[in-house]
Design a protein around this ligand. Structure first.
Ligand SMILES: C[S@@+](CC[C@H](N)C(=O)[O-])C[C@H]1O[C@@H](n2cnc3c(N)ncnc32)[C@H](O)[C@@H]1O
Length: 276
């Protein structure tokens, strides 16, 4: 069993590596999830024409691209991510939005502003120093500027046996956390409000929206899992030579789910908005 905890930089590099390898299929496997979640975030941060937006952990642009359409040519969107393939994917899609700049960058180290909006879709829980990042966002926002970000609420209990079964093929000390960031600020809307309030943010408000993710069958579910953060688990299982075993354990559970209400995963997305 390993006794050395990875450093914050190692944790960030590991997350970025997973998403870099996922980027080619990320949000490309005919599952409606990141698009609606990105739209949800942008509805809350509500960029207006001419505003300057920083989108951290931009992925393939689920929130950066809609923000760029809203600010228009008089505005500017800077989209950053630590995964080069994600940055490239945003650049390709932004050919007709020259006021959107996509660049490699750490969400914990925002570029100098000023920005009217800082937003981050489903990324803040990956940051080893979320509190420090909050301070740095405040420093690059105009007074009264908006910070908006999405994160996960409690998991869909119907799917817990599936995740348990997958993890069970790995020795306990090699299982990645089931979900990132479920403690500290991310424990509840109240704990998030407390942390933001302590760091000097105002008008903190978190709203919950359910997004129903639908997959067709086991192949589709595995393709979806490889295409996003759950890839961390699958890569570890692959390195352990246990992918077939994992599939054998999961397939009967997926069949049972399909018979019992369908292969639908109800994702509770929390969206927090605050002012600097
Ligand atoms: C779940 S994806 C979300 C992507 C996008 N915001 C969306 O909503 O589709 C998380 C993204 O955050 C990026 N990421 C994780 N930690 C990061 C960090 N410290 N700095 C910048 N990007 C980071 C990953 O590379 C990945 O693209």
């Amino acid at each position: 069993m390993s006794t050395t905890e990875p450093s914050p930089e190692q944790r960030k590099a590991a997350v970025a590596g997973v998403f870099d390898r996922a980027a080619a299929t990320y949000d490309q496997v005919r599952v409606e999830f990141f698009g609606p979640a990105g739209e949800l975030l942008v509805r809350r941060t509500a960029p207006t024409p001419g505003e300057r937006v920083l989108d951290v952990g931009c992925g393939r642009g689920a929130s950066a691209l809609p923000a760029a359409r809203l600010v228009g040519p008089a505005g500017a969107v800077t989209a950053t991510d630590l995964a080069p393939a994600m940055v490239e994917a945003v650049r390709r899609q932004a050919a007709d939005l020259p006021w959107l700049t996509a660049e490699l960058g750490d969400a914990e180290q925002p570029p100098p502003g000023p920005f009217d909006v800082v937003q981050g879709g489903l990324v803040m829980f990956f940051l080893p120093d979320f509190a420090g990042a909050l301070d740095r966002y405040r420093a690059v926002l105009v007074p009264g500027g908006r910070l908006g970000f999405t994160w996960f609420g409690p998991p869909d209990p119907r799917w817990e046996p599936v995740f348990e079964a997958l993890g069970s093929v790995l020795p306990a000390d090699q299982r990645p956390p089931r979900r990132p960031g479920t403690d500290g600020a991310f424990a509840s809307p109240q704990s998030m409000a407390d942390v933001l309030g302590e760091r000097g943010w105002h008008d903190v408000d978190t709203s919950d929206t359910e997004i129903v993710v639908r997959v067709r069958d086991a192949d589709h579910w595995f393709a979806w899992s490889w295409s996003q953060g759950y890839r961390t688990m699958l890569e570890r299982i692959e390195a352990h030579g246990a992918l077939e075993e994992a599939r054998a354990r999961v397939e009967p559970l997926l069949e049972r789910l399909a018979d019992d209400g369908g292969l639908e995963w109800r994702a509770l997305i929390r969206c927090t908005l605050a002012r600097s």
